[in-house]
Design a protein around this ligand. Sequence first.
Ligand SMILES: NC(=O)c1ccc[n+]([C@@H]2O[C@H](COP(=O)([O-])OP(=O)(O)OC[C@H]3O[C@@H](n4cnc5c(N)ncnc54)[C@H](O)[C@@H]3O)[C@@H](O)[C@H]2O)c1
Length: 356
Amino acid sequence: MSICIVTGASGLIGAESVRHFARLGLTVVGIDNDMRRYFFGDGASTAWSRRQLEQEVPGYVHHGIDIRDEAGIGALFAEYGSDIGLIIHCASQPSHDWAAREPMTDFSVNATGTLVLLEATRKHCPDAVFVFTSTNKVYGDTPNRLPLVELERRYEVAEDHPYHAHGIDESMSIDQSKHSLFGASKVAADVLVQEYGRYFGMKTAVFRGGCLTGPGHSGAELHGFLSYLMQCAMTGNHYTVYGYRGKQVRDNIHCHDLVTCFEHVWRAPRVGEVYNIGGSRHANCSMLEAIEMCERITGRTMNWSYNETNRAGDHIWWISDVRKFQAHYPGWRYEYDLEQTLVQIHDELVRRARTA
Ligand SMILES: NC(=O)c1ccc[n+]([C@@H]2O[C@H](COP(=O)([O-])OP(=O)(O)OC[C@H]3O[C@@H](n4cnc5c(N)ncnc54)[C@H](O)[C@@H]3O)[C@@H](O)[C@H]2O)c1
C-alpha cells in the first residue's frame, strides 16, 4: 500500500501533502485540473505549483482529471487498486462568496466530487485511509450566537464561557444555521465522509479547518486570506475589510502542521472521526491585528478601507479547540506560530515576484 493519492494536489494543502508523503517514501499521484483558475481568475491559477511538483518531487505523477469525472477517477483508482494506502482529498471550490455565483458547480465539485472519490475508494482500495479537508463553515453562523465581547482590537468570547480557554469543539451543532452555499456543500461532503466510516467501516477522517495557510497559497481576494493580505501589503494594492469593524477573529494553521496531522492519522487510523483543526489559541488574529502584522513585516502602510457589510455567513469569532485531535494523537505538535507563518508567506511572495 505504497501509493498516496492527493486531490487538489497543486493547491496549498495538496502540494504540501504531496511533498510530505513523497519524503516519507510513498509514491504520490496527484489530481488537479487547475479549476482554481476558473473560480478566481488567472492570478489564482495553481499551474505554477503543478510545474514545481513535477520538477522537484521524485516519482510524482500528475493527472489533470476533474474529481467529478466518475469514469476518469474510477480508471485511475483501478490502475493502482489495493496498492493505494492513503487518499488525501483537498480539491474543492473553497469560497463561500463564489459558491452563490454558481451553486450547481459548487455542489458538484464539493459534494458530488467527494462522493465519486469515496466510491472509488470503497470499490478499489477499501482498506486505505481517507482524509478529507472539511471546514469550520459546516457550523454555519452558530458561532456568532456565542456571548461575544467587543475589545479594542478584536472580538472575544466571554471569559466565563467554556469555549474561552481552548476554543470551539466538535460538539457544536452543524444544523439550523446559515452556512452559505459553500458551507452547505461541505456539510454534504463532511457527512458523506463520516458515513463511509461509520456505515462501511472505512478509515475516514474529517478535518474541519479554520484558516489554513502557508507560503504555497495562490492567494485571491475570495480565498487565501493571509496570503492575499500580504500580497496587498507588499504591492500597495487595495484591501477591503468587510464588517465587524475589522475585529473578526480567525485562527490560522500552517499547512505543514496540518499535514503532520494527516501523517498521524495515516500511521494510526481510526474509523469515521471528525476533528476541529486550526491555529487554536496558539495562532489566531483579528483582521486589524493581521493588518498590523503585515505592516510590520513589510515596513509599509497598507492601503485598506472598511465596508460596513459583512460577508454572508462570516464568523465573528472562531478559534478551534484541537484537544480531541491531540488526545487521539498525543505526539502531534505545532511547529509554526503566526509570525513565522507570515514571514514565510512574505519571503515566498518576494521569491515568486523575482522569478515571475
Ligand atoms: N485555505 C483555507 O483557509 C481553508 C479553510 C478551511 C477548509 N479548507 C479546505 O481545505 C481544502 C484545501 O484548501 P486549499 O486552501 O489548499 O485550496 P486550494 O484552492 O489552494 O486548492 C484546491 C485545489 O483543488 C483544485 N480543484 C478544484 N476543483 C477541482 C476539480 N473539480 N477537480 C480537480 N481539482 C480541482 C484547484 O485547482 C486547486 O488547485 C479545500 O477542501 C478547502 O475547502 C481550506
